[in-house]
Design a protein around this ligand. Structure first.
Ligand code: ADP
Ligand code: G6P
Length: 472
């Protein structure tokens, strides 16, 4: 029995992205697994009775909605339908054009009233849909920056419908220092919106402190330890360490087909030291920085040119946003320059995969890699770091991790940290990783393993929901 089964309460989850995204195919639709840390972190959910509500990812014709609803219902999910123009303005416009860069310390942000209006409208549509689905006593867990206004809107609707529901909110990105946050013209409304929650969670103490500071400075809230007094209510804030489902990786590695794939890769690359990178194609992930650092490594250590292979998987992401299109061009150019300069008829130092790979392929690639290289400029947590560790029981690979990830706060003792803006620094740390003695690798790996197996996705969901349950 799960810890929650004893308790009769139901959990409603609200996020912009559902665990399955619907994509058009041959005049109809197919459902594909969604990528991203939010969906991965929620994989450990062990609630017996839950419903996950979110945007299906595309505009769905009225006539096809029934079949989409049926497919989603099998996964305990339900669609919040949005018209194409509105969804585009909310998702690409305000969420990914304004909020995402602000939360990740990017200074080029273009605020406009049209996308802000769409953002408010979509949050209202979510509030209508979720309050309608909610029953008295349900727990509601809202996720991420697309829905910052939702907790307040939900609270108002639920109150008028006389439904008592505890509302939790988790932010999957950093919450930035005030110099970045206060530049946003509507920041006060956003803070007021999220404070409609009873419980608010962050990945790290730093993000939590930045948020509390903003509430104290801008909307007259009073901060007392981990409590925020605002209006006539008290909201609890805390850090909850997100993780992965390690068992899922262990089981996949044991699958005979994956074992065969691992052996095939090991034979193919028996003379290579493999460095793996897995990132959404996103400017926060520091892909140009990774390639510049790798180029510096090849320049400074020519003896490694035919002995090393960087396999970079860049999962297509937010392709309608100009900044993401520009990034793709920049990455392709660097990939071309590096392979053009260093590849020989016998070997290439770089393999670039710009598409989604299957979970089995991903697990096999993590397993055969000697180093994992993650170079985010800023990253709320970064769960790829944990996934790599989960697949390295046999090899004890080295984790080379940007100091600007949430993961670095927790994985510092077992990884090599660096600043991705410094290409020579990255080259040095890569050299240290590929030449590290077996004994040192093992010692560092044990540190990482202990963190990853202790802080699982199940623990994250149970701790957050357990806390939420206590609040009402
Ligand atoms: P972000 O949330 O910014 O994308 P994370 O590193 O926290 O960054 O999470 C990325 C997640 O996406 C990881 O769990 C990774 O395994 C997952 N992922 C990578 N490739 C795919 C794929 N092809 N399909 C689904 N999920 C994927
Ligand atoms: C990050 C965000 C998630 C988002 C994911 C994938 O992890 O915190 O909210 O779902 O990226 O991005 P996408 O735009 O495809 O939902």
């Amino acid at each position: 029995m799960t810890p929650y089964a004893r308790n009769q309460r139901r959990l409603l989850i609200a996020s912009n992205r559902l665990p399955l995204s619907v994509k058009p195919k041959d005049g109809s639709y197919e459902a594909v697994p969604s990528s991203g840390g939010l969906v991965t972190a929620l994989k450990g959910l062990s609630f017996s009775d839950y419903l996950w509500l979110g945007w299906p990812g595309v505009d769905i014709n009225e006539r096809d909605r029934e079949s989409v609803d049926k497919a989603l219902a099998k996964e305990n999910a339900a669609a919040v339908y949005l018209d194409q123009g509105l969804a585009q303005s909310h998702y690409n416009g305000f969420s990914n054009g304004v909020l995402w860069p602000t939360l990740h310390y990017q200074s080029e942000v273009s605020f406009d009233n049209e996308t802000w209006d769409a953002y408010q409208r979509v949050n209202k549509i979510f509030a209508d849909r979720i309050s309608e689905a909610a029953a008295d006593g349900d727990l509601i867990w809202v996720h991420d920056y697309h829905l910052l206004l939702l907790p307040r809107l939900l609270r108002e609707r639920l109150q008028s419908q006389k439904k008592r529901c505890a509302i939790g909110y988790f932010l999957h990105t950093p919450f930035p220092a005030d110099d970045f946050w206060r530049g946003l013209p509507v920041q006060e409304q956003l803070l007021d919106g999220v404070l409609g929650s009873d419980l608010i969670g962050f990945h790290t103490d730093e993000y939590k402190a930045n948020f509390a500071g903003a509430c104290g400075s801008h909307i007259g809230a009073e901060v007392e330890g981990d409590d925020i007094h605002y209006g006539d209510r008290t909201i609890h804030i805390d850090k909850y360490v997100a993780g992965i489902d390690c068992q899922r990786f262990a089981d996949t590695i044991d699958d005979p087909e994956v074992q065969a794939k691992i052996q095939e890769l090991e034979t193919q690359y028996k003379d290579k030291t493999i460095i793996i990178g897995v990132d959404r194609m996103d400017y926060t992930k520091g892909l140009p920085e990774k390639l510049e650092g790798f180029r510096a490594f090849l320049d400074q250590h020519p003896e490694w040119n035919e002995k090393v292979l960087l396999i970079q998987i860049a999962i297509p992401s937010r392709e309608d946003v100009k900044k993401y299109q520009d990034l793709e061009g920049e990455v392709s150019k660097l990939v071309g320059q590096i392979t053009g300069k260093y590849a020989t008829p016998k070997s290439t130092p770089l393999l670039y995969i710009h598409r989604s790979v299957s979970f089995a392929e991903l697990t096999a690639l993590y397993s055969v890699s000697d180093v994992c290289l993650l170079t985010s400029r800023r990253d709320g947590m970064n769960l790829v770091a944990s996934e790599y560790v989960a697949c390295q029981e046999a090899r004890h690979g080295v984790l080379v991790l940007s100091e600007f990830t949430g993961a670095a706060v927790f994985m510092k003792p077992g990884s090599l940290l660096f600043n991705p803006a410094d290409a020579d620094g990255l080259s040095n740390v890569l050299y240290e990783a590929v030449t590290m003695e077996k004994e040192d690798r093992k010692n560092m790996y044990e540190e990482l393993r202990s963190f990853v197996t202790t802080n699982t996705s199940a623990k994250w969901t149970e701790t957050f929901v357990g806390e939420l349950m206590k609040l009402q």
